[in-house]
Design a protein around this ligand. Structure first.
Ligand SMILES: NC(=O)c1ccc[n+]([C@@H]2O[C@H](COP(=O)([O-])OP(=O)(O)OC[C@H]3O[C@@H](n4cnc5c(N)ncnc54)[C@H](O)[C@@H]3O)[C@@H](O)[C@H]2O)c1
Length: 332
């Protein structure tokens, strides 16, 4: 097994060369970006995915690479999770059913995958003596907590089955560390964006929706007055957070951390930036507020700075410029 090194400025070079990673949900948006980075850094990387929302095309460029291994399987299957965890040093658990509206219309499947699947991964990682599991949580766990910025210990009442599944995962993460000594680190992602984020899904996120509409010359809808804000986080910051979490001292384990850029941007400002980058100027259509939408979201990232050495390098402007370049090439 690889020795753990302290966080460095360049976390991807700090693992020993024979380190083996498992990325669950590796065919999805965040997972496939992690896989690219790990393989480019020279690490053996296995993916567990059932391709329910992830795409084959996100991984085909690795198929001939001896560092890459694909386990087609389901998080809901204990056997698939056990097979996937065998011989692994670090699990980066991204597989889940995302989207609040999906969880409202089908809470059972969201629960089976996000809670049952995470429990299967924790059990399999424990039994396979995996060094550490870093898992994706979500800013949705803050629920109706009104104060800004969001700090990890101050939670409100959850507002969706999706948020409940992520909160349950965090409690399991804490419990598995205290009960079985399985090292777990949870990452509460805030509105991640970047290449490969799916614009076609009915549950697409706001940036891909805006980009797709603008590129096809259509006016996107903005729910409410557009003054609502989000802490948009470029994917490369999330990749760095995962690697730092794997390397952080053990004192970082058994809890969850906010992962964002730490700045909030309104939807109107975001829309303006996208119009400028794409050189399209279409007025958006304003639609009624969506019930349950929170007005503002902003993370305090000082806990992640302190315990993980997290220091996001990519601002929203840097990230948007890179993301648009990718969409123009791939959607244009
Ligand atoms: N994108 C964001 O802004 C954001 C914000 C907060 C949290 N998250 C969390 O980050 C993680 C990754 O999100 P994403 O945006 O890349 O989503 P995604 O839908 O692109 O990726 C999820 C992946 O998990 C796979 N998967 C789903 N169910 C599975 C199952 N039963 N068995 C095996 N694989 C399964 C999918 O096929 C897909 O490849 C998720 O846990 C999500 O809840 C994302």
């Amino acid at each position: 097994m690889a020795p753990v090194n302290p966080p460095s400025n360049s976390p991807s070079t700090a693992f020993s060369p024979d380190t083996r990673f498992l990325v669950t949900g590796g065919a999805g948006f965040i997972g496939s970006n992690l896989v690219d980075h790990l393989i480019e850094s020279g690490y053996a990387t296995r993916v567990l995915d059932n391709f329910s929302t992830g795409k084959e095309e996100n991984l085909t460029h690795h198929h001939q690479n001896p560092l890459f291994e694909l386990v087609r399987g389901d998080l809901r299957s204990p056997d698939d999770c056990a097979r996937a965890c065998q011989g692994i040093d670090y699990v980066l658990h991204q597989g889940a059913l995302g989207s609040v509206p999906r969880s409202v219309s089908d809470p059972r499947t969201t629960n089976d995958v996000n809670v049952g699947g995470t429990l299967n991964i924790f059990l399999a990682a424990r039994d396979a003596k995996v060094r550490r599991v870093v898992y994706a949580s979500s800013s949705s766990v803050y629920g109706d907590e009104p104060n800004l910025p969001k700090v990890e210990h101050r939670l409100g009442k959850v507002l969706s089955p999706y948020a409940l599944t992520k909160l349950t995962d965090e409690i399991y993460g804490e419990l598995f560390y205290s009960l079985y000594g399985l090292q777990t680190v949870g990452l509460r992602y805030f509105n991640v964006f970047g290449k490969r984020q799916d614009p076609h899904s009915v549950y697409a996120a706001v940036i891909p929706i805006f980009v797709k509409s603008l590129m096809s010359g259509n006016a996107p809808s903005i729910f409410g007055d557009g003054g609502q804000t989000r802490d948009f986080t470029y994917i490369n910051n999330v990749i760095e957070a995962n690697l730092l979490s794997a390397l952080a001292p053990e004192t970082a384990c058994g809890r969850a951390y906010n992962i964002s850029f730490g700045e909030n941007t309104s939807l109107l400002v975001l829309y303006d930036k996208l119009c400028t980058l794409l050189n399209r100027h279409v007025s958006p259509v304003f639609a009624p507020d969506r019930p349950g939408d929170i007005r503002h979201s902003l993370a305090d990232i000082s806990l992640a700075r302190e315990h993980l050495g997290y220091n996001p390098k990519f601002s929203i402007d840097d990230g948007l410029a890179r993301t648009i370049e990718w969409y123009v090439k791939h959607l244009g």
